[in-house]
Design a protein around this ligand. Structure first.
Ligand code: GLN
Length: 232
């Protein structure tokens, strides 16, 4: 069967739990900004998809090995990744931010991380940002495969700080996670839908056309408003 039909859907990987971009609802369906955007685009462009949730670094590997057709995972577009993947037009802007425990009064700047332990998620732009900080400061790094476990490492006091994308950290804190954000986020990256380099050009084209359509007809704004306060 032709790719993108019900018999042969495009396999799309997404982060396992990265609210508000992707998470499972009570009915065990994948929802969130990324999930709803690609579902709306698939409907607009008339193709079928199946989600294959994977930890972020496993998703990158699966895409590179052609085990999946595309990845929508709050994935920042950057030159390094563009060597391996083809990206869609940007669909969202967000930057990394530092979070510390709710009761921590000691860490107020990156300088204060000297001698401290920082939690990062493998393969992410947050992890790369901390690698750059390590050129200047003595920082011990604890690596995690998923954001929820990584946040708990700071809540429990095992790590002193964590770096992750601002909208995800802010959403988690709003939902009751006992962390705080002492600094402004770094300048925003933009997120893109990715395919393996030179593969699935048709899917990428349909994503871009569908994205333009759902922006124009208001679907995109409705999706964002459903998950985030409109003033953010
Ligand atoms: N935007 C970050 C990155 O691209 C984090 C993505 C994620 O954790 N799903 O590395």
């Amino acid at each position: 069967a032709k790719k993108g039909t019900a018999q042969n859907p495009y396999i799309i990987t997404t982060d396992i739990t990265y609210p508000p971009f992707e998470f499972q609802n009570d009915k065990k369906e994948y929802v969130g900004i990324d999930a709803d955007i690609i579902n709306a685009i698939a409907k607009d462009q008339g193709f079928e998809i199946e989600f294959r949730p994977l930890n972020f670094s496993a998703g990158l590997q699966a895409l590179e090995a052609n085990q999946v057709d595309g990845m929508i995972s709050a994935m920042s577009i950057n030159p390094e990744r563009e060597e391996s993947f083809d990206f869609s037009d940007p669909y969202y802007e967000a930057g990394t931010v530092m979070a510390i425990s709710e009761n921590n009064k000691e860490i107020q700047s990156y300088d204060d991380l000297n001698g401290k332990t920082v939690a990062v998620k493998v393969g992410t732009t947050g992890a790369t940002f901390v690698e750059k900080l390590q050129e200047k400061y003595s920082i011990k790094v604890n690596q995690f495969e998923d954001s929820a476990t990584m946040y708990q490492d700071v809540v429990s006091g095992h790590s002193d700080a964590v770096f992750d994308d601002y909208p995800v950290m802010a959403y988690a804190i709003q939902q009751g996670l006992k962390l705080q954000l002492p600094l402004e986020p770094e300048k925003g990256d933009v997120y893109g839908f990715a395919v393996n380099k030179g593969q699935n050009a048709e899917l990428l084209d349909m994503f871009n056309t569908g994205l333009a359509n759902i922006k124009e007809d208001g679907t995109y704004d409705n999706i964002i408003d459903q998950y985030l306060d409109s003033d953010e």
